[in-house]
Every structure is written in structure tokens, then in C-alpha cells.
Design a protein around this ligand. Structure first.
Ligand SMILES: Cc1cc2nc3c(=O)[nH]c(=O)nc-3n(C[C@H](O)[C@H](O)[C@H](O)COP(=O)(O)OP(=O)(O)OC[C@H]3O[C@@H](n4cnc5c(N)ncnc54)[C@H](O)[C@@H]3O)c2cc1C
Length: 378
């Protein structure tokens, strides 16, 4: 069997790229070493937030909005929901540049946004203590994506539509337009390496110093029995920017628990060998936060922990570019802790690049990837 394109990595970026190339009429092989959205993949979590708020980085607001249409279609066609429209609420200790830039971007793009005072926030979501909060920005169209399920559903659809998926380990070849799939050199017009946190291991000379894989902890809690204020119909997905830290969370989606995390970048992490047990310090940080903002949850039991990794570029921009020396080989990744929601647009843009239908986006170019970790996209 010969292929027009081979996609290495069936995470959210690779799966959507495969689907868009398939829609363009290409014969596509999708390979993954451990399976679509497996337990160690960055796309392997239970849920991911989708939101349009991005401060001055309106490119991501636009991508999130376009992607949402695709997610909704996929969810509507699926037997189980892939998208829960809970709304996405961000709240802030002060009205700084991020807030003003976000409001301007939403006006320019025509995206719905509600600006809420502290009193309005308290009236609407009394289960959250908004002490010290100046205002909130509520994005009613957005919410939660069921991440692992969505990627697996996407790959199933790709296979049903005639695409080939294979569980296999791939490595770069020294030859143009080729990849080693389980050691066998396999050729195609385009090879896309969409390998998430493994990308730097596969291309150490090019990416080893430009990707920062960090350890990230997530916890789930049992909401109080008989209290439905933390259910998806009553609680939004939310994030708090308090100037120093960013905390975020999800309602009790599909009864899996109230999800909570601190978005601080953790220590460098190896996706193959890293210890995936929650730290005691991490639990304490979350408990302290709950005591202030979610008093009804402060003493509720943790029900589950997840340790995952962000594959950060220096500033948080994605990577989507040609390999610098091998023809027909492309690099896709650096989701940087916010990539999931953009999967459909990332896949479309990557497919357009491969097909020569679009020029590269400079922010996603290899040349713009620095080697000093200074996050600016939030
Ligand atoms: C804790 C956490 C919370 C997050 N929260 C959000 C959020 O709320 N909203 C949001 O939008 N984003 C969020 N993100 C970010 C988002 O999940 C990632 O940006 C996105 O999933 C990255 O997808 P990917 O396809 O690039 O990588 P992955 O999902 O890691 O996929 C890469 C795949 O490549 C495969 N692979 C690697 N090497 C090889 C090889 N040699 N051969 C074959 N296959 C290979 C792997 O097995 C893997 O399946 C979060 C991330 C984490 C970790």
C-alpha cells in the first residue's frame, strides 16, 4: 500500500491532521506507538477546557472559535458527548491589559463575551467565593471537551472513512520523504511528526533545546452529596488569573468529580519515565485554594489524580513547520498546555501547509522558537 501522507502520532494534533488530509482526498496512514490519546499522551486526559479568551493573542481566539464548530459537529455525531457547553468563566483580581485586550479581540472577532462585576458573579455562581475579584469574563459558547474520548472517536471515524491506522513505533529516516515505521523505511509525499512531548527525543538536534516538557498535576474531588451546585448545569469551566498564579477547574462532568489544577509550569519531565504520582505539596496548594474560593469543597475527598506533561515552546506558540533539511518531512507540536481545543484548526492548517494551499504562519515557524523558557501565551 502506498500513501500520500504518513502522520506519526495519534494525539489531537496528529489525528486532526490525518482527518483533514483524508478529507482532501489523500491516502493517509496514521501511526502511534501506544494508541490514540493513551495514558501518557498529552491528549490522554479526561477533559480539556475550550475558551476564546487569549488576551492580545487573538490568533488563538480565532482558532478556538473555528475549532469549536468542528468539535460540536463531531460531538453531535458521536454516541456519547464530546463537548459539554458549560460556558467558560475567567475571573481576575484586576482589570489589566489581558482583560482589555481580550475584550477588544472578542469585539473584533464578533465572539460572544459577557463582562460581569463581582456582584453579578456572586449572584450567578454563589458556590464560588469571589472575594478580591474585580470582574469576570464569561464565554457562553465554550466549555469542556472530553479529550481522550474525542481523539479516540476521531480516529475511529478516520478508519471508518478508509484511513489506515497502525500501532507502531516510528523514527525519522535520513532520507527525504521517508520514515522508519517499526524499522521499515516507508515513503510518502509528506511525513508529519506530531509527537507531542516526544518530539524533542526524535529530533534532539533541532528541538531538544526548544521544547520544555513540564510536569503538571491535576486532581478530582467528590462534590458534597446531594449538592448539585458543582454539576455542569450549575457550574462553568473556570480559570482565575490573580496576577501570580493561574488556577482552573471543571464542574463534575459525567460524575467524574470536580477537577482542579494549578497551571504553574512544573519541573522538567520525561514522558516515558516520569513519576506520575501526585505530590503532597501539590495537594496542599489545591486544598489552600479551595478553602478560599470553593469553601463547600475545601474538605471534600480527592477521588483521583493525574500527572501529565505540557510540551511547551519557549513562549507558548505552537510549532508547525518543515523539517529544516529533509524534504517532505514536517514538525507539528508544542501544544504548550493549551493546544487541545485548537486541534481541528491545527489539523486544517497543517494539512493546508502540506498540500501547498497556505503559507506558513510565522508564529508557528521553527525559526521563531527560542531556547529560553519564557511563557507569554496564556
Ligand atoms: C494536564 C494538562 C492539562 C491541559 N489542559 C488543557 C486545556 O484545558 N485546554 C487545552 O486546549 N489544552 C490543554 N492541554 C494541552 C493539550 O492537551 C495538548 O496541547 C495536546 O493534547 C497536545 O496534543 P499532541 O497531539 O501534540 O500530543 P500527544 O497527545 O502527546 O500525542 C502525541 C502522540 O505521538 C505519539 N508518538 C510519540 N512518539 C512516537 C513515535 N516515535 N512513533 C509513533 N508514535 C509516537 C505518542 O504515543 C502520542 O500518542 C493540557 C495538557 C495537559 C498535560
Amino acid at each position: 500500500m502506498s500513501y500520500d501522507a504518513i502522520i506519526v502520532g495519534a494525539g489531537v494534533f496528529g489525528a486532526w491532521t490525518a482527518v483533514h488530509l483524508q478529507r482532501a482526498g489523500k491516502r493517509v496512514l496514521l501511526v502511534d506507538a501506544a494508541g490514540p490519546a493513551h495514558a501518557r499522551a498529552s491528549s490522554g486526559g479526561e477533559s480539556r477546557l475550550t475558551r476564546s479568551l487569549y488576551g492580545a493573542d487573538a490568533i488563538y481566539s480565532r482558532m478556538a472559535a473555528h475549532s469549536l464548530d468542528e468539535w460540536r459537529r463531531l460531538s453531535d455525531a458521536s454516541s456519547l458527548p464530546l463537548f459539554h457547553k458549560t460556558g467558560a468563566l475567567f475571573f481576575f483580581a484586576e482589570e489589566g491589559a489581558y482583560v482589555r485586550d481580550s475584550i477588544a479581540a472578542h469585539e473584533e472577532l464578533g465572539l460572544p463575551l459577557q463582562i460581569l462585576t463581582q456582584a453579578e458573579l456572586t449572584q450567578r455562581w454563589p458556590q464560588i467565593d469571589f472575594a478580591g475579584v474585580a470582574l469576570g469574563l464569561y464565554q457562553p459558547a465554550f466549555g469542556a471537551l472530553m479529550a481522550r474520548r474525542a481523539v479516540q472517536e476521531l480516529v475511529r471515524g478516520f478508519v471508518r472513512a478508509g484511513g489506515d491506522y497502525r500501532l507502531a513505533h516510528a523514527r525519522p529516516s535520513a532520507t527525504d520523504n521517508a520514515v522508519l515505521v517499526d524499522g521499515v523505511e516507508t515513503r510518502a509525499d509528506a511525513i508529519v511528526f506530531a509527537c507531542g512531548p516526544w518530539l524533542g527525543k526524535l529530533f534532539p538536534e533541532i528541538l531538544g533545546a526548544r521544547l520544555f516538557i513540564t510536569r503538571q498535576e491535576i486532581a478530582f474531588l467528590a462534590p458534597p452529596d446531594g449538592d448539585d451546585r458543582f454539576e455542569p448545569h450549575a457550574s462553568p469551566c473556570w480559570a482565575e488569573h490573580n496576577g501570580q498564579e493561574l488556577f482552573y477547574g471543571f464542574p463534575n462532568l459525567e460524575t467524574r468529580g470536580f477537577k482542579l489544577a494549578c497551571d504553574r509550569h512544573g519541573p522538567l519531565f520525561d514522558p516515558d519515565t516520569g513519576d506520575r504520582r501526585m505530590s503532597g505539596e501539590g495537594m496542599e496548594v489545591l486544598r489552600a485554594y479551595l478553602r478560599g474560593r470553593f469553601p463547600a469543597l475545601a474538605e471534600r475527598p480527592f477521588t483521583e489524580f493525574r500527572v501529565c506533561q505540557y510540551e511547551n515552546s519557549a513562549n507558548g506558540d505552537f510549532l508547525m513547520d518543515r523539517h529544516p533539511t529533509l524534504d517532505g518531512v514536517w514538525l507539528l507540536g508544542a501544544g504548550s498546555g493549551h493546544g487541545f481545543k485548537h486541534g481541528p484548526e491545527v489539523g486544517r492548517m497543517m494539512a493546508d501547509l502540506v498540500l501547498g494551499r497556505a503559507a506558513p504562519e510565522p508564529r508557528f515557524a521553527l525559526a521563531t522558537k527560542g531556547d529560553a523558557h519564557r511563557r507569554s501565551v496564556v
